[in-house]
Write a protein that binds this ligand. Sequence first.
Ligand code: PLP
Length: 390
Amino acid sequence: MIPVIRPLLGAEEAAAAAEAIMSGWVAQGPRVAEFEAAFAEATGAGHAVAVSSCTAGLHVAMIAAGVRAGDEVVVPSLSFIATANAARYVGAEAVFADVDSATLNLTPATVRPVLTERTRAVILVDQAGVPADLDAMRALCDPRGITVVEDAACAAGAAYHGRPVGAGASLATFSFHPRKLLTTGEGGMIITPDPDLAARLRRLREHGMNISAAARHAERQPVIERYLEVGYNYRMTDVQAAIGLVQLRRLGDIVARRRQLAARYQRLLGQIPGLRMIADPEYGTTNFQSFWVALPAEFPVTRNELLQRLASAGISARRGIMAAHLEPAYAGYRGAADLPVTERLSSSSVILPLFHQLTRDEQDQVISAMFDAAGRPFPADREPTTSVAG
Ligand SMILES: Cc1ncc(COP(=O)(O)O)c(C=O)c1O
C-alpha cells in the first residue's frame, strides 16, 4: 500500500534520541532549550517555546492572548478539530467562518461578517501548509483589539512574503505530529516576538512554576519554586527535542523534495478537466503538507468511490480537510447555510500520497488511478521537465 505520508526518520534521528537517553536527562532539559533556540533562529522569531503538541500550544496561546469564558474566537470549520477545540478549552465560544476556496484559509471577507463585540481572537490556520494572508487579517483585527493567533500546525517550512510562516504573528503554533514535515512523534512549538508572552507560555506549560525543573537542577543552591498560576504539564521531552533538532536541519531538503513532487502532480493531474489542486498563493509558498485535490461536480465518481478505487489500487488516500461544524461535538453551532465553501470542499476533496521517499513509479500509480477514475487515458507525456529522484 502506498501510504498518504511516511515520516522521514533515519539513523541520525535514532542516534540523537539514543544520545539523549544515555545522557540521563530525558525530560524537558538542555535539548529542548537548544531546539527552541534553533527553531527561533530558523523562523526569525524572537522566542520559541516547545510544548507537547500543537493542541497544547493553541490552548496556552488562547490563555496568553487573554481569551476567557464568554469571549468569541473566530475559527475555520475547515480544519482539524483541535483548532476549534482550543477556544472551548478556555470556555470561549468557537465561531465558525467560511474559507477562501483557493487557499482553504480564512480571509477578512469571510471573517468580517462574524465579528461581534465579544470577539477576542481569530485563529488563522495555514491549511495544508498554504500560508494564510496574515497581514490582511491583522489589518482587520488589530484596530479592533482582536488577537490573531496563527495555527501554523501544518506550515513549518512554508513562507509568507519571503519570511518563514509565523514570523509576523504575535503568537504562532506548529505541530510536529508525523503527518507534518518535521516530526518529533508528538510535539509542538509556539513562537512569539514578545518576551513577556514567551515567559508566560513557559510558565503555563510547566504547572505555572516560576522556575523550570531544568533550571532548578542547574542551581548550586536549593531553590524553592513558586506556582504563580494554574498551569499544565505540556512539556516536550529532551528525547523529542533531540529528534527535532535533526529534523529541523533537514527541513529545507524535505520542503524542496515535496515541492518537486507536487509540481509533477500539478502538471499531470492538471490535465483532468475541472480538477482543482493545492497551489502557492500569490504572496507566499506552501510546503505542500497535504496535497489536496477538489473534484469538479461533473467528476464521474463520487469522492467516496474515488477513495475506494484508490484503496483497491493499493493507494492510501484520505478524505479532504474535515469540517468541524459537522461533528457531534459542534452540534448546534453555525451550519451549512453559513459555510458553503467549507461544506463543498470537505465533501469533494481528497488528499493524495506525498512524501519524501515517494518514487516516480509510486507517483505514476497514483496519477494513473486518478485518470482511471476520471475516465481519461493516462497522459503519455509524463516526464517532468526537472528530474524527480526515485
Ligand atoms: C490545523 C491544525 N491545528 C492543530 C492541529 C493539532 O496538532 P497536534 O496533533 O500537534 O496537537 C493539527 C493537526 O493535524 C492541525 O492540522
